[in-house]
Design a binder for this molecule. Structure first.
Ligand SMILES: O=C1O[C@H](COP(=O)(O)O)[C@@H](O)[C@H](O)[C@H]1O
Length: 344
């Protein structure tokens, strides 16, 4: 394994992590929605190539070359503002029922932001960072889960249950629209294999016709990392799961921490995402972060992702989790308003 160093954004406090992660999520959302408009315009023979979508640059001037900003504002913003107005009042379902003659016109009428959420501490980060913002276009989100613990939704251990209580139930849907949420079938929690197969079918349905059907491509994949090194429900010593090449979703039985039965999206799906972010806080995570950052050859799940999705991975970490970890830290530069400049 070669050594690939991801971008590591360090913060003194939890609230700073939450605000930065929320900014990054909105930034990814805006670019995903813009991408759909770009596709549509490309297929209308009107080029938007002048709008640079190389978004990981921290330099706002490189995101939109100055000479092209007016074009971006006048053309793509009109199109998107129209869509944005729609989303505040219409549910996804009503938008998707609008007839379109091609998949490109459908993309224009119904641009979506596809995101995968992990559970655990990430949910509190998103609760704090996202709910207070007024630029989250919830009505355009398709939310999937990176993994699920096979317990009833009402259990405190359910990733979907936690996200529902802490985030989804608190969205002002009249104002921001309602996201599409794709969770496991709760009636299958006693059968990990069937539950995994069923969730894979849900993913196939959600992604067929968009990008490649060989692997889904999330616009953003959000991950945590537990003290024992597991991400999603992929555990360090479960080599078979870590080496899975074909399945999009695997059953997990006998997990060494937390609920033992789970399902998880696989490494190829995670690594295929357009952007990936790990969110890790607290001193209990410092030892595992040290191994991930300083000993990538150990092949912990996060190191596999750092390598497999090289160049697309960011880490949002607080100082406690980075204590005694030798790594180059970057200062996060707020960027969601860059895409506002595009009229999003
Ligand atoms: O079991 C799980 O743990 C990981 C890490 O959780 P954290 O609370 O340590 O951040 C989480 O990402 C995953 O979704 C969950 O099922």
């Amino acid at each position: 394994m070669t050594t690939t160093v991801p971008k590591i954004y360090a913060f003194h406090e939890f609230s700073q992590v939450a605000d930065a992660v929320a900014d990054y999520v909105v930034y990814a959302q805006n670019h995903a929605l813009l991408k759909n408009v770009k596709n549509d315009r490309k297929h209308s023979n009107i080029s938007l190539h002048s709008v640079n979508n190389d978004d990981d640059s921290n330099n706002s001037s490189s995101t939109v070359p100055a000479g092209n900003l007016n074009f971006a504002k006048s053309e793509s913003s009109q199109l998107l503002n129209k869509e944005n107005n729609n989303s505040a009042v219409k549910s996804t379902k009503s938008l998707s029922s609008v007839s379109g003659s091609s998949k490109f016109s459908k993309a224009k009428k119904d641009p979506r932001f596809k995101i995968a959420l992990s559970g655990g501490s990430l949910i509190q980060v998103l609760h704090e960072g996202l709910l207070k913002r007024d630029d989250v276009q919830w009505g355009k989100w398709d939310i999937y889960f990176a993994d699920e613990r096979l317990v009833p939704f009402e259990s405190e251990h359910s990733n979907y249950g936690l996200a529902k209580r802490k985030i989804f139930d608190m969205i002002e849907t009249e104002k921001f629209g309602k996201p599409n949420i794709y969770h496991i079938d709760e009636s299958l929690i006693d059968d990990p294999q069937e539950c995994a197969d069923d969730y894979e079918k849900i993913l196939i349905k959600g992604f067929a016709g968009r990008d490649s059907v060989k692997l889904p491509m999330f616009d953003l994949f959000l991950l945590g990392c537990a003290p024992d090194g597991h991400i999603a429900s992929l555990f360090p010593n479960f080599q078979e799961n870590l080496r899975e090449k074909l399945a999009w979703v695997v059953p997990v039985t006998g997990a060494p921490s937390g609920p033992t039965e789970r399902i998880s999206l696989t490494i190829p799906v995670i690594c295929h995402s357009h952007r990936l972010a790990f969110v890790v806080e607290g001193a209990t995570k410092a030892p595992v972060l040290k191994t991930i950052m300083e000993r990538p050859e150990k092949g912990l799940p996060s190191s596999i992702v750092n390598e497999g999705a090289a160049g697309r991975v960011s880490w949002f970490v607080d100082d406690d989790a980075l204590s005694d970890v030798f790594v180059t830290k970057k200062t996060y530069k707020y960027r969601s308003n860059q895409s506002n400049e595009l009229g999003l």
